[in-house]
Design a protein around this ligand. Structure first.
Ligand SMILES: Cc1cc2nc3c(=O)[nH]c(=O)nc-3n(C[C@H](O)[C@H](O)[C@H](O)COP(=O)(O)OP(=O)(O)OC[C@H]3O[C@@H](n4cnc5c(N)ncnc54)[C@H](O)[C@@H]3O)c2cc1C
Length: 355
């Protein structure tokens, strides 16, 4: 098995009936689509770099040996789940029976136990940082997996009124088994706006909107309330010095966190869309070379303005997050302009009318 000093954890499984050529085609297709570096590709081994680690494949007489390498148990778990989902396309009948071995299988990662990225947190307080937002500060016993590399998490809300909520558990093949039916969880994604590792707490900001289950939950929170989450997940802050950041309220916490981590000499623009509010609009701290432009719903077209600016600042990292249909418009134009996926992040954060 490959051993990498930067990825001390590894785990592997033999996948019977999986042809090396088939998994090679699948993974090279993913690597091309998502711009994942291919570290090795020959008759003996394929090694692909993923956002959270490495995966490698070696042909065997009656199948393929798949191995995963990561820096932390929760990252290993995330890439294992993704790989299982991809392999389901090729050998669906084998997936349930797969078993993993190696240093990634620590004592805590046992079947029917919690997934390594599952946590309970306790509400410390709830504040109003700006019009239409609530800020939840929560304590968590172990925040070591959370960093600037990965700034999101899934809030796990059981159905209202349920006496004994059910939580996700690990299945024997390493995937996450989710509660189903009347115990199914609501799992929206939120952003860690601020993280204080030494105090063991973090803040996330909830945009208050009509019909929002999280809105209702947050409005009724009290200090000491325990809640569950899954994380970290998703992307992190930007390495780039030249930036064009665009988004609506759901993206404000991520934009604020990215701005807070930019170098002092960063340059660029931030376009933020919201309803018109008074002096208590959501606050952003920008480095001197970065301009903040507030746009207003019903008056300004965030998509068009963002695309116009992107055309003028094509050497800037292009970051856009917001409503699904807006994101689809942005993605289509950016693609038609042959925009580089490596220097962009274009992501739907919510969908109009979605349940
Ligand atoms: C990577 C990522 C990071 C995110 N970070 C944050 C964050 O830090 N803070 C935050 O507030 N949101 C954030 N979001 C968005 C959030 O996950 C969605 O808005 C989610 O739908 C909220 O769940 P809910 O229970 O409030 O509403 P749901 O129960 O999912 O939806 C109920 C209704 O509300 C509507 N709805 C959902 N979002 C909005 C909205 N923004 N405006 C108007 N109507 C809406 C839906 O269309 C639906 O009709 C993030 C999303 C992603 C993908």
């Amino acid at each position: 098995m490959l051993r990498r000093p930067d990825y001390p954890l590894n785990t592997q499984t033999f996948v019977p009936g999986l042809e090396f050529a088939a998994v090679r085609d699948l993974m090279l297709g993913d690597a091309a689509r998502w711009d994942l570096p291919v570290q090795q590709d020959d008759a003996q081994v394929l090694v692909v770099q993923l956002a959270y680690g490495l995966c490698s494949f070696r042909p065997q007489p009656s199948g393929t040996l798949a191995a995963l390498h990561a820096s932390r148990p929760e990252k290993l778990h995330v890439i294992r789940e993704r790989l299982l989902a991809r392999l389901t396309e090729l050998v669906p009948e084998q997936i349930g029976a797969l078993r993993w071995s190696g240093a990634g299988q620590s004592e805590q990662v046992t079947a029917d136990g919690p997934p390594p990225n599952f946590h309970f947190a306790t509400v410390q307080n709830v504040a109003v940082p700006a019009a239409n937002f609530l800020r939840v500060r929560a304590n968590m016993s172990d925040l070591t997996g959370f960093s600037n590399d990965s700034i999101h998490f899934r809030l796990l809300l059981p159905p209202q009124g349920i006496a004994t909520p059910a939580w996700p558990v690990l299945a024997e093949n390493g995937s996450t088994r989710w509660p189903q039916g009347d115990k199914a969880l609501h799992k929206p994604v939120y952003t860690i706006k601020h993280l204080d590792q030494s105090a063991g707490n973090f803040d996330f900001d909830v945009f208050i909107h009509e019909g929002g289950r999280v809105t209702e939950w947050a409005q009724n929170l009290k200090a000491g309330t325990r809640f569950a989450l899954l994380g970290p997940l998703g992307g992190g802050v930007l390495e780039s010095r030249k930036i064009l950041l665009c988004g609506d309220e759901t993206a404000f916490p991520a934009i604020a966190r990215i701005l807070g981590n930019l170098p002092e000499n960063a340059q660029g623009q931030v376009l933020v869309l919201s309803d018109k509010v008074g002096d208590d609009a959501y606050r952003f701290e920008t480095p001197p070379g970065v301009t903040l432009i507030r746009l207003f719903r019903g008056q300004d077209d965030l998509v068009q303005i963002a695309l116009d600016e992107q055309a003028k600042q094509s050497d800037h990292f292009f970051w856009f997050a917001g409503e699904k249909a807006d994101v689809a418009r942005v993605r289509a134009v950016y693609k038609a302009r042959q925009g580089d996926p490596v220097t962009s992040y274009i992501q739907a954060y919510w969908a109009l009318g979605a349940a």
